[in-house]
Design a protein around this ligand. Sequence first.
Ligand code: ZN
Length: 274
Amino acid sequence: MSSLSLLADPLWTSLDAPSALFPDIPFVIFQIFAICFGACFGSFANAAAMRLVRDESPHSPASRCRSCDKNLRWHQNIPIVSWLILRGKTACCDAPLAPRYIFVELAFAGLAFLYVSIMPLAVASYLLLIAIIMMIALLTDLEAMVLHPPSLLLGIIAGFGAPFLIPDWPVPALHAAIGAALGSGILLLFNGAYRLMRGHNGFGAGDIWLMALIGAVLGWQAALFSFFAASLLGAVAGIGLILSQKAGAMTKLPFGLFLSFVFLLYPALNMLLF
Ligand SMILES: [Zn+2]
């Protein structure tokens, strides 16, 4: 046994291969569907994150151009495809489109392909819906260092419900409960210590919700792992920013960004590596 396999999470290493639910349909069809749905999910997460950061209603009417405010036609709003055809510019006023549109759509399409390729279909689909919440958290934390507790609460409820709703879901209800308590508990403990030493909290309330979500959805081992992996990623990013003189030692980093990133890859990494 290699020392690496000590990190393996038994819940997420022993999932069955994609189920042969529809043996007559070639598996590649599911993978193509996953890529299409994933790109749409990514597009939705991007739009929702932008609206949340700007205090706009997440379900206000049609998509519009952020430069000239014109409503977008359906064919100007196809994930990945429109960005490529329009070469990264808006069709209405030729304003440059942020690379984040295509980047997030491609990333989510890739994630959906990966999940569907290695997990039972029901588990992959359910996890992808929760991944939308995590992608939104990642994007809002990256852009504005804010998280959106109501959507995280929805994710926690989804995590608690999964063992009862989804056949083959690998996390038992007890693990989900312990995971949520342990995940949020670690940050509450750290905040207590912070307040004693420095007089203020080290983590925001959003981070605590996020850790509870990770525990509820992926189990307690994932909550522990995510905390340490995100801290490590944050430290590396912080050192990088200080060295490139983009940040100082006291600059706050978006911890939720790193947590969400670890969450999205956690099940796949476990299944692929161990
Ligand atoms: Zn425009």
